[in-house]
Design a protein around this ligand. Sequence first.
Ligand SMILES: [Mg+2]
Ligand SMILES: [Zn+2]
Length: 283
Amino acid sequence: MAGLVVVFDFDKTIIDWDSDNWVVEELGVKDLFTQLLPTMPWNSLMDRMMRELHSRGKTIEDIAECLKKIPLHPNIASAIKSAHAFGCDLRVLSAANEFFIDTILKHHGLMDCFSEINTNPSIIDEQGRLRILPYHDFHSSSHGCTICPPSMCKGLIMEKMQASVAADGKKHKQFIYVGDGAPDFCAGLKLEEGDFLMPRRDFPIWDLISANPLFTKAKIYEWNECDELGAVLLNTVNAFFTENKSRSTDQLVPVDCESQNSSTCLTAHEAFQNALPVPLPRQ
Ligand SMILES: [Mg+2]
Ligand SMILES: [Zn+2]
């Protein structure tokens, strides 16, 4: 029996913005951010910015309210809910941080659709200051990848996911990877035949793919606008489950709506109806 694991980058993929830049700009520390950027890794700089916001009297609630204002395209939200309703295993792989991603996904009622959020850890310390830590402790050792930032190599995390899915063994699983950045290319390098890569056209991942056209055996379905991603994703998920006839219809059950507003939940039937009749892009 086949299954689909869909791995999403977060910034400029699930949301059409960079959440770090959004917070830094909206809460008025952009100048300091720009000044310090040449002097330290991005992840350490975001932790420094959280210290700055705390010293200026901004609370965790101020940061959360700021994050909730980031637009999330309704087609992306409905594609995520539909893919979840189909039975896909949805995961996030992002170099943002736990607090930012959890706050935004919960605000849009999407948190329960994801089985894993792989990102930089964050904690709130005794003073009520948000601390942002690196996923990979680069102070003790380097992960050795030159494509990715020191705090996280997305390719290494993809390998871990592939190993854990393979060890699970009950189902043959294929991967969809969706992203826009150079580290998403690193993750895409790990995809295998039968997998799907959904790169954002005219973003850094696209330049790397254009320069290395034979880098993967995965099918490549490009997208640029958020509504385009929603359609491409739904078409692919729809085609995948239509092709895999061995999947019994009794698995097409509604998602668990207990913790969500029931009006936001989609049944698999609705998910089919929402799958837009857009032709699949080039392979
Ligand atoms: Mg991104
Ligand atoms: Zn990497």
